[in-house]
Design a binder for this molecule. Structure first.
Ligand SMILES: NC(=O)c1ccc[n+]([C@@H]2O[C@H](COP(=O)([O-])OP(=O)(O)OC[C@H]3O[C@@H](n4cnc5c(N)ncnc54)[C@H](OP(=O)(O)O)[C@@H]3O)[C@@H](O)[C@H]2O)c1
Length: 262
């Protein structure tokens, strides 16, 4: 019988993990996507789409589907799911690993201002005299900035916000990473950007804007990651595979106790 693995996904790491597990014949990999995008790229293995109905719904799902291990590979800012996974796995007695890319760290020359919420970001823009802002916060988190007068925004998003908040002065740029350093330099220069507002997502796909900002002495207002439960953590797919290997060995012993003991 194949052991069932659940990957809570929606990230590059989740796709890579699903791909790495796809050639393990003793595993059945189920990917879970929130369903935020209408036509998502499908990961290797099976895919289910949509919320579970809170931690209770996830607990029930884990029991019904007889899931043996869960990877929380959701985005660093998708914290609700992390807390739900923690609670559900504890209730259902299923091992949980968080797979999370490391956060970006400041380097010499950076002009970062760290914030914990977008209201702080709005204040920082007003008080710091920003005039031309690259807003890369995700299409669902634009609203707090829409009321700001006297600031022009370049809003970069993967898909168009729907509805688009009513900004007094803004341009929408639809683009999907990865973004390379040269194109980020050109973008900042061509649009005369003096401030970037973004999340500390980490990873290589969207880090180039921070290097280009450092080179130009541009302010970066950086949203810190939300808090998460203390669970086993891997920062790479390789680390996640190592963690699973220990579980697989345990499962083999449970299936074949005599051979394992001998
Ligand atoms: N937040 C970001 O900046 C960001 C960026 C890139 C990608 N994403 C991806 O987009 C998805 C949603 O992000 P979010 O910030 O809205 O998450 P969130 O705030 O942590 O989750 C909100 C609710 O969405 C459902 N959900 C989230 N991830 C799910 C998954 N992988 N499978 C099934 N249901 C899921 C859960 O609903 P129920 O309670 O009903 O189970 C959860 O309570 C995540 O999968 C994340 O990896 C998020």
């Amino acid at each position: 019988m194949k052991e069932r693995i659940l990957i809570l996904g929606g990230t590059t790491e989740a796709y890579a993990l699903a791909e790495a597990l796809s050639n393990h014949e003793d595993l059945r990999v189920i990917n879970s996507l929130a369903g935020r995008t209408s036509d998502p790229r499908l990961p290797a293995g099976e895919t289910r789409i949509g919320g579970f109905g809170g931690p209770e719904g996830l607990t029930e799902y884990l029991r019904e589907q007889r899931i043996r291990a869960v990877f929380d590979a959701t985005h660093p800012f998708a914290a609700t799911m992390g807390w739900n996974a923690h609670q559900a796995c504890r209730e259902a007695g299923v091992p949980l690993l968080r797979l999370e890319r490391p956060a970006w760290m400041p380097e010499e020359g950076d002009r970062w201002e760290l914030i914990q919420g977008w209201d702080q970001g709005v204040n920082a823009l007003q008080e710091g005299g920003s005039r031309r802002v690259l807003l890369a916060v995700g299409r669902q988190e634009l609203t707090p900035f829409a009321g700001l007068d006297g600031i022009w925004f370049l809003i970069r998003a993967v898909t168009a916000p729907d509805p688009m908040p009513d900004f007094p002065a803004a341009e929408l740029l639809l683009a999907r990473g990865p973004f390379d350093l040269d194109s980020e330099r050109i973008l900042l220069d061509d649009y005369g950007i003096d401030t970037i507002v973004c999340k500390n997502s980490g990873g290589g796909a969207t880090a180039a804007k921070l290097i280009a900002a450092r080179e130009r002495g541009i302010r970066v207002i950086l949203h810190q990651r939300p808090s998460r439960p203390a669970v086993a953590l891997a920062t790479s797919v390789e680390g996640a595979l190592n963690w699973l290997e220990i579980r697989r060995e345990q499962w083999r012993c449970e299936r074949e106790p005599i051979r394992a003991a001998g």
